[in-house]
Ligand binder design. Structure first.
Ligand code: BGC
Ligand code: NOJ
Length: 839
């Protein structure tokens, strides 16, 4: 069953009932201030770092789910009383127009998640409500523009109560350190502005402000005063009572609530602009100064808040900011568009809306968040991942290449001089994270992957000359090229007994912990190494090396480093030999050798006979294409790992815990890395299939994990139909097909690469824009527009020949073009390209 539909023209997903099978969220903000926003107005916001600078509180894993948000309570005086537990209710109808937290019965409900904004519209008893929420470009705040309309023929008297609950900044302390927290909360109130300034008296120089653009009739800043100690968000005593307490929080739990009385004649509308902002002062200007120029300790300097609020103090100003945001996204998504109307297959419009809009949108979100804050990532545990961020770039670099460039420099600065890297770093400090450390031996190679993607997109080789620290130490700085060299050499220098790369703590698969040997509950699989064998090897890393290595060679050649290129080529050839010798199992590629030198992912194993990752990557690297092993490997993947909802990670699932394998065997069969459909690596198979020219199969693997194709099946899938999820339960799990961990996953970037560059086949290469589609034979054609190095390419592909791969001819602006690499015109013009497929 469906819970909404796509509105393609508006680039919105329209949720038509609030009780979705899981909160279906959106992300507000695309620069430094972010909000998570669910279809019932749940979620929270933060400035730059979801752990260190969180503005509002959110209770993960709460019962019921999704409690905490930006809530608006309405009380209509004179209307029939709502049933409520509170005896002091002075009558009147109390409801929450976003459905939660009161689960109010609504006569109308709709939530539209769009590009960086969400709009909830609802109605009850002739009173219509709409809330549009977004983070404006260039400012650190959420705007919630709220409109009430009296759709009845009688006058209405409404009490509006806003409500947010402040987080005491450090989200981890906020939910653990109550002996301190309950004494430190501080606020200031000035008219319609509520300031949250906990810890400002000491080391912080930032505060939050929750304001509305009209005079208020009252306020509350103390949670207990507003709700009542034994009441939940669904029965705030203040709202039932109908007037605020003007409470001033001191310790305990500071909140922000405005009380506004509104009288609406029939047909009348009233609009309010609520702003929740983050403000910072220079350390020496923290306090308000008197007219005599003396600082008044204790009273915050409100200048930044005044400036911010002034910018959004009318509905018109808020509308203008929203219009600017819309233009921003329209231009951004204009960089790559897909039109499948010529395809003759009606289902292809699902592909077009995902590839053209939602997939790219998700790529922006993963680029910004890495794996930090979602409804499955609490925002306190994980910073920016080294491998994750490098891969996220692949789906983002065409959107804002300059941001990709500076991200690459940040990531590279956390690399160690030997080429290894901190696995994660903190977005605020940009420092490597000591708790996780290094030792994930695939990490260095992803830097080559990210930098190559950047250069192919932009043609900007100057990034190679940038001086970048090692281990965040300026004294150790060297050029970006040297960082790449050390990345490459790390694999060369860290090989095991077969000559394959040593796996370290884990490779891409965080759960293949071959040196961990943990039997202690709670010990981290990723950071424990009880048995540093110096033996366990990864065929996947070898495949990644063979895939990204040639790009390194090209980079060397194109910058005149011919000796280095020759050396690298030799090392790649050596690695491919080793894969051929020790990485092939007869019908598919092996996955690894364990700490005892035993095979993993082999027919000889009882469980875990075949894994997806090494098969995808080896074929992506071109291994076995000439001698038929690539076909065999991918056919084996299909035979053993295929399911209706995508390709599972391995088979048979591990049924018991294996000390020598680690976390992969800790999961119940069918979940996560233990034979779940770990969507991230499905596109590797898709890409590999296109390298074999099997367009139908490539598309099939694409569509199976593509959320838009499962919209009708939302009761089973449960996650948002407009975004990819990290994992879908595999065939061994009880609810095969159920997704989890939506939004923050490398699936976003890799599926975008697979569909845009390999299926539709418009791929940036060092020399220009390659066009090499690989599609189902019954897809008769499509159009892609692509912005590339300062020019626009309108590419129309004609497949009336009904082939799966092969370009017969190309014309550019009416003239025949030799080969299928389009040059980088760089002339700011639009070029019309017609590609005729055929043999
Ligand atoms: C998960 C992985 C994740 C890892 C690191 C594991 O529990 O299964 O998907 O990458 O933790 O946080
Ligand atoms: C999620 C992690 O973020 C990613 O780095 C890892 O590759 C996958 N899990 C697979 O374990």
């Amino acid at each position: 069953m469906k819970y909404g539909h796509f509105d393609d023209d508006a680039r919105e997903y329209v949720i038509t009932r609030p009780d979705t099978p899981y909160p279906w969220i959106n992300y507000l903000g695309c620069e430094e201030f972010f909000g998570l926003f669910s279809n019932t107005s749940g979620g929270y916001c933060f400035y730059r770092d979801a752990r260190m600078l969180r503005l509002t509180r959110y209770r993960y894993n709460n019962v019921p789910t999704d409690f905490g948000g930006r809530y608006f309570y309405l009380k209509e005086s004179g209307a029939a009383s709502s049933p409520c537990c509170d005896s002091s209710s002075a009558g009147g109808d109390v409801w929450t127009p976003s459905w939660m937290p009161m689960k109010s019965k609504l006569d109308r409900y709709e939530c539209r998640h769009g590009m960086g904004y969400s709009r909830i519209s609802s109605a009850r008893n002739g009173l219509a409500f709409s809330q549009v929420s977004f983070v404006p470009l260039g400012d650190n705040c959420e705007i919630h523009k709220v409109t009430l309309t009296n759709e009845s023929n009688a006058e209405k008297n409404i009490d509006i109560f806003s409500f947010v609950e402040f987080c005491l900044w450090n989200a981890n302390d906020d939910m653990t350190n109550f002996q301190r927290n309950f004494s430190i909360g501080e606020v200031e109130i000035e008219g319609s502005r509520i300031y949250h300034k906990t810890e400002y008296r000491e080391r912080r120089n930032h505060y939050a402000v929750w304001a509305v653009n009209v005079p208020v009739n009252g306020f509350d800043t103390d949670r207990q005063a507003f709700l009542g100690l034994y009441n939940g968000f669904d029965s705030p005593q203040t709202v039932f009572k109908g007037h605020a307490n003007n409470s001033v929080a001191s310790g305990w739990a500071p909140v922000g609530s405005h009380h506004i009385k509104a009288r609406l004649s029939p047909g009348e509308s009233k609009t309010y602009v609520f702003v929740l902002g983050y403000c910072e002062n220079p350390q020496d200007q923290k306090w308000e100064t008197s007219s005599a120029g003396k600082a008044t300790p204790g009273i915050i300097n409100k200048k930044p808040a005044n400036t911010l609020l002034e910018k959004y103090n009318t509905p018109e100003k808020a509308d203008k900011a929203l219009a600017e945001l819309n233009t921003y996204w329209k231009n951004l998504l204009g960089k790559f568009t897909v039109d499948a109307s010529a395809s003759s297959r009606s289902e292809d419009k699902k592909m077009a809306r995902m590839a053209g809009v939602w997939n790219q949108y998700q790529c922006m979100v993963t680029f910004n968040m890495s794996r930090s804050a979602s409804y499955f990532e609490s925002g306190i545990g994980r910073g920016m991942g080294f491998r994750d961020s490098n891969q996220d770039l692949l789906g983002f670099v065409h959107l804002v290449p300059e941001r990709a460039r500076s991200r690459i420099l940040d990531i590279a600065a956390t690399q160690f001089p030997d080429g290894s890297a901190y696995h994660q770093y903190q977005p605020l400090t940009k420092r490597g994270n000591n708790e996780v450390g290094s030792g994930f031996n695939d990490d260095p190679l992803w830097l080559i992957c990210g930098v190559s993607a950047y250069i192919k997109e932009t043609g900007d080789y100057s990034i190679l000359d940038e001086k970048v620290p090692f281990d965040n130490d300026e004294k150790l700085a060297d050029t970006m090229f040297i960082h790449l060299k050390h990345s490459f050499d790390f694999t060369v220098k860290n090989k095991g007994p077969h000559g394959l790369p040593l796996i370290g703590r884990a490779d891409w698969n965080d759960c293949l912990n071959l040196n961990c040997f943990s039997s202690t509950p709670g010990e981290s699989f990723q950071t424990t190494a009880n048995f540093e064998s110096g033996v366990a090897e990864s065929v996947l890393i070898a495949g990644i090396f063979a895939f990204v290595g040639p790009d390194y060679v090209e980079i060397c050649r194109r910058t005149g480093r011919n000796d280095e290129a020759a050396y690298a080529e030799k090392e790649i050839a050596k690695m491919i030999d080793i894969i051929n010798q020790y990485g092939w199992d007869g019908n598919w590629f092996l996955r690894a050798y364990d700490a005892y030198g035993k095979k993993i992912g082999s027919k000889e194993c009882d469980d875990g006979k075949i894994f997806i990752e090494s098969n995808g990557f080896a074929v992506m690297a071109g291994i076995g294409i000439e001698d038929g092993r690539a076909v065999k490997a991918l056919d084996s993947v299909k035979e053993h790992l295929e399911s209706p909802y995508g390709i599972v990670l391995l088979q048979p699932a591990y049924k018991e815990y294996h000390l020598e394998l680690g976390e992969v065997s800790s999961y119940p069969p069918g979940y996560k890395e233990n034979a779940g459909i770990f969507c991230h690596n499905n596109p590797w198979v898709t890409i590999a299939e296109t390298m074999l020219g099997r367009g139908s199969r490539a598309f099939e693997t694409y569509a199976k994990i593509c959320p838009a194709y499962r919209e009708d099946d939302s009761d089973l899938r449960r996650m948002e139909p407009y975004v990819y999820a990290q994992m879908v339960a595999g065939k061994d799990a009880p609810r095969h097909g159920e997704a989890k961990n939506s939004w923050l996953t490398g699936t976003a970037a890799w599926t975008f690469v697979s569909i845009s560059q390999y299926i539709l086949g418009v791929r940036p290469v060092f020399d220009g824009l390659l066009v090499d589609p690989c599609i189902p034979s019954d897809m008769k054609g499509f159009t892609v527009t692509r912005h590339f190095r300062g020019a626009d390419y309108n590419i129309t592909v004609d497949n009336s020949a009904g082939v799966e791969k092969g370009v017969k001819s190309i014309t550019v602006d009416g003239k025949v073009h030799e080969g299928n690499v389009l040059p980088a015109f760089g002339d700011g013009k639009i070029h019309n390209v017609i590609v005729t497929m055929g043999k």
